[in-house]
Design a protein. Structure first.
Length: 264
């Protein structure tokens, strides 16, 4: 129970990583404020999570790029929970549609580009800005950001040959790499800025997480990984708990690669 009585905000809580991480953090004793823009998925998550009687669990269906919603939500969470110990900036966007998100670079629409950057960067900025106001008064806190291996290295194009995901040809669009690189840079900036207030800021860069890609992609990707497989959401649990707990009290400004050796 490394997180017993810790008050944690998790954005993107009903996504591939978020929905499983939500339960794991609850299992470790945390009180959770779960944020997601997808109302249906959030309701489904609410039905499936298991909590102890003395744990606080609240759900907020908001758009993290809406400044007023973020301000009001963070204030409400702090009032309800009494403090905010951890902010886990996990939300990310695939734009208006998966097809447009995966479009070739030469055909990429500016509206899709702006939509992804708005969530992946601006949303993180807004939540961090508002939570920091309370953490500075507490003189403690941990901020964790979900980056990506493709914020560190360039995509390996041969992985994508004959690969598909939900009926779409797979690639990694430039906007994804750009936004995740920005998350890592923002992490370092905040770590330096907030160090005097005993607020730690770190990011996690997962390798490719299996989420329904076809067998060809899984085989191609796994061949590039020394551990011989894609990641799972469960592979992120240990480092997430570590960064949220006092076990990492002297760790800040780091981008931790959880990629099975893909980046070697």
């Amino acid at each position: 129970m490394l997180l017993k009585n810790k008050n944690i905000i998790l954005t993107g809580s009903s996504g591939i990583l978020g929905r499983k991480l939500s339960q794991k953090l609850l299992d470790e004793g945390a009180n959770m404020a779960l944020i997601d823009i997808n109302k249906t998925d959030l309701k489904d998550l609410k039905k499936n999570l298991k909590v102890n009687n003395n744990q606080k669990l609240k759900f907020f269906n908001i758009d993290i790029t809406n400044e007023i919603d973020v301000i009001n939500t963070v204030e409400e969470i702090n009032s309800m929970f009494g403090s905010i110990d951890v902010l886990f900036n996990n939300a990310a966007s695939k734009g208006p549609s998966l097809e447009k998100f995966l479009a070739p670079f030469e055909d990429y629409e500016i509206s899709t580009w702006n939509s992804v950057l708005n969530v992946n960067i601006t949303g993180i900025f807004l939540f961090s800005r508002e939570v920091i106001k309370f953490m500075k008064k507490q003189k403690k806190g941990s901020i964790i950001q979900t980056a990506s291996i493709y914020g560190v290295v360039a995509p390996k194009k041969d992985i994508y040959k004959n690969s598909s995901y939900k009926g779409n040809e797979i690639n990694t669009p430039a906007v994804y790499s750009v936004s995740k690189s920005a998350v890592i840079g923002f992490t370092k900036y905040l770590a330096s800025y907030l160090g005097p207030y005993n607020i730690r800021v770190n990011s996690i860069s997962p390798g490719g997480i299996f989420s329904g890609q076809n067998d060809t992609f899984v085989k191609n990707y796994s061949s590039k990984v020394p551990l011989g497989r894609m990641a799972s959401a469960e592979d992120m649990f240990g480092i997430a708990i570590f960064l949220a707990s006092e076990q990492s009290s002297y760790l800040t400004g780091q981008n931790i690669l959880v990629d099975g050796g893909f980046s070697l």
